[in-house]
Design a protein. Structure first.
Length: 348
């Protein structure tokens, strides 16, 4: 028996030398300690032996099994180590290689300008509100004192979705009506609403079928045009610099009376005249005025008691002025080179 044990051991040591892969280990385990391995084989004829012999054979084969298992496990561990080391060697990172350039994004400049406007107005106690882009004729026109058939509608032709009643809003002004109706006659109302608007325009350098406006509305008592002027002064200075001045020119909108165009003094030439201001020294930035009594009434506010002002900026126009962009389509044609040029401007 002892001889057999020794023979198995020396055979195992010879076999172990040949082992190279984990598959070899599997085979080795099967050969020695598997169900029909050589060690099991040793104990096969136990029932023919005497009690003493059985004890002896049992003890020897158990010790042998432990020893063999240890030897094989040890080999398995060393093979696993080798595999791991080879993997680590092959995956080593060469830190001296040049890195791949990662493109860093930047805020969209149109969004950035809108956020700037929002911040100025929020600092003056205004809420930033939202309104639907799919709007009813009632809000987009009727409540704003533009009844069906009014010629002012011609300038705001838009996309109709259903029976001339549901449309893509042509202006953010319907949010004035929605805000007042939701206010149920309570004052003060101070809100701005940035959002998308649509018109049936052919796209060119200054027109787009889709563009952004920033609407504003204040309703309270004893509000005057000079409050509007003061408000614009603050906004213009914050957006375009402390030397910029504002002025009003008479205008006409159906939902304001009186109505004005608001200009800022040209921040590029300081009023001397240049290509940006078309040699006038002034740049128009928005339409505005005192809320028309009919609009107040339509929306549940007694015009004898309350008054207010409203205004509407073209957001792209503000961004174009601020960043020296001369084509409105720049914002929508997704040319990365242009976007990157503005990124650089932003970080300078
Ligand atoms: N909604 C006008 C437009 O799209 C802009 C405007 C003018 C808004 C005067 C106003 C306003 O609130 O008072 O042309």
């Amino acid at each position: 028996m002892q001889e057999k044990v020794e023979k198995i051991k020396s055979e195992l040591l010879a076999d172990i030398e040949q082992v190279k892969t984990l598959q070899d280990i599997v085979e080795l385990k099967a050969k020695y300690i598997g169900k029909s391995g050589v060690i099991t084989e040793l104990t096969k004829n136990m029932k023919d032996l005497s009690v003493e012999e059985r004890k002896e054979v049992g003890k020897l084969s158990n010790t042998l099994k432990d020893e063999v298992t240890n030897i094989i496990n040890e080999k398995e561990r060393s093979i696993n180590d080798e595999i791991l080391n080879a993997k680590l060697r092959s995956e080593v990172i060469d830190v001296s290689l040049p890195s791949t350039k990662i493109k860093v994004g930047a805020p969209n400049i149109l969004e950035a300008v809108i956020e700037e406007v929002e911040e100025v107005f929020m600092s003056m106690g205004y809420d930033v509100v939202d309104g639907p882009e799919i709007e009813e004729d009632h809000y987009n026109f009727e409540l704003l004192n533009i009844p069906k058939g009014h010629p002012a509608r011609d300038a705001q032709d838009t996309f109709y979705l259903k029976d001339d009643e549901i449309l893509l809003r042509s202006q953010t002004s319907p949010v004035q009506a929605r805000t007042m109706l939701a206010g149920h006659g309570e004052v003060p109302i101070r809100m701005i609403c940035p959002g998308k608007t649509y018109r049936r325009d052919d796209d060119d350098a200054t027109h787009s079928h889709q563009f952004m406006q920033i609407e504003g509305l204040l309703v309270d008592k004893n509000v005057s045009l000079s409050d509007l002027k003061g408000t614009f002064d603050i906004v213009a200075k914050r957006l375009f610099g402390p030397d910029v001045e504002t002025r009003f020119r008479p205008s006409y909108y159906q939902f304001t009376e009186p109505s004005v165009e608001t200009d800022i003094s040209c921040f590029a030439c300081h009023g001397k005249g240049c290509s940006l201001c078309k040699n006038t020294g002034w740049i128009t930035v928005s339409g505005a005025g005192m809320v028309h009594p009919n609009v107040l009434r339509n929306c549940g506010y007694d015009p004898e008691k309350w008054c207010g002002f409203a205004f509407g900026f073209g957001a792209e126009r503000l961004a174009m002025l601020k960043y020296g962009i001369n084509d409105l389509r720049t914002f929508y044609n997704t040319d990365l080179r242009e976007v990157q040029a503005f990124d650089r401007l932003e970080s300078e």
